[in-house]
Write a protein that binds this ligand. Structure first.
Ligand code: XIL
Length: 350
């Protein structure tokens, strides 16, 4: 996904008119096995609290997945109110649903360049006051879900897309490029000694310079003794991605010996430009899910934190909110398993 496209997807809640949608989904007939029964590691998905009012969603999610990530309601964009207060109602609903259904909760995301709440921007320039507010936020959020969240994306998307270094943000400008990452990890560690603490990034499979810069950051943090406990690889991909790049990326990232999280996988059918051959694009979509699952399954068990798909049904996906013709997930709008599901399931069985 290009940077421009990505910004548009991040920023836009507008759904474009449905076009060619039917042709992009491809339900498979008959009953399908629960994904979570096929995988020896947690299978995750993401949700918004409002999905909990939709029985089709809750049934599918509970049948197939064993871990939940909040799509945005555990980020500052929801929790941090303009007056400096915090709201946890939606995150609590998600955490309660996970708990009631025996699913693991994954915390996402504490510090992200794309969330710069007014309450923080309006703080005066003194590093001390800003740092105290930063620590206070992390402590409050991590502390609230202590014992319930198995892990946290502590800093999300720290690397510039061209791989030239660390991304600038409100957080890095006020607290320092590497210091704000180290500080967030230390503060999260103090708030929950048992949660596995991650950094998380995207385009690692498509941009070698970015993957290299990500690994340099991991090396630096580990050398400095930071409590980094896991590595997130978002795996937002598109059907044109060359074969082998996801597997290579996971193998590269595994060299640190830390648990890996395929944290937000989807395979867009339209982000790489309108595909010439829809059947081929759908086939590649299945092959990419299968490649990722096989590479993940080949890791040592201790490094298999979870394999998360960024949504259940195509219509729930952030990419479908941008372009209704996209169908990046494992289930169609009606909740029927697609060919991508079968491909992933077959890879897990092997
Ligand atoms: C996206 C969500 O899907 C949207 O609903 C939200 O508006 C913006 O963020 N990388 C991430 C996720 O780490 O948090 C993003 O999720 C997708 C890209």
């Amino acid at each position: 996904m290009t940077w421009t496209t990505r910004r548009a997807v991040l920023g836009s809640a507008l759904a474009l008119a449905a076009c060619g949608k039917q042709a992009n989904s491809q339900p498979i007939p008959g009953p399908v096995p629960p994904l979570k029964s096929l995988a020896p590691f947690p299978m995750g998905t993401c949700l918004q609290a409002r999905f909990l009012d939709d029985p089709t969603w809750t049934t599918l999610a509970a049948d197939h997945f064993s871990q939940l990530t909040a799509e945005w309601e555990m980020k500052m964009e929801y929790i941090a109110k303009p007056d400096g207060g915090f709201q946890f109602d939606r995150a609590d609903r998600i955490a309660d649903f996970a708990g009631r259904n025996g699913m693991r909760l994954f915390g996402h995301a504490l510090v992200w360049y794309a969330n710069e709440p007014d309450a923080f921007k309006n703080l005066d320039e003194t590093r001390q006051a800003f740092g105290r507010a930063y620590d206070n936020y992390i402590t409050a959020v991590v502390g609230r879900y202590r014992g319930r969240a198995s892990g946290w994306d502590v800093v999300n998307e720290p690397i510039l897309d061209d791989g030239s270094g660390l991304r600038q943000s409100l957080w890095s400008r006020r607290l320092g490029e590497i210091d704000h990452i180290r500080r967030a990890l230390d503060t999260a560690r103090a708030a929950d000694p048992d949660a596995v603490l991650f950094i998380n990034d995207y385009n690692l499979e498509s941009r070698p310079a970015k993957l290299a810069a990500y690994q340099r950051l991991i090396e630096k943090l580990l050398a400095a003794g930071a409590p980094l406990g896991g590595i997130g690889c978002q795996t937002h991909t598109e059907s044109e991605l060359p074969p082998g790049s996801i597997a290579r990326t996971l193998t590269d990232l595994a060299r640190f010996g830390l648990p890996l999280h395929v944290s937000e996988m989807d395979v867009s059918l339209v982000q790489g430009g309108p595909f010439a051959n829809k059947d081929l694009a759908r086939q590649r979509q299945g092959e990419l899910y299968a490649e990722a699952a096989a590479a993940f399954a080949a890791l040592p068990a201790a490094q298999q934190f979870a394999f998360t798909v960024w949504g259940v049904r195509d219509g729930d996906s952030w990419l479908a909110r941008e372009n209704r013709a996209d169908a990046p997930l494992l289930f169609d709008d009606a909740g029927r398993a697609k060919a991508s599901f079968s491909a992933l399931a077959a890879a897990l069985r092997r």
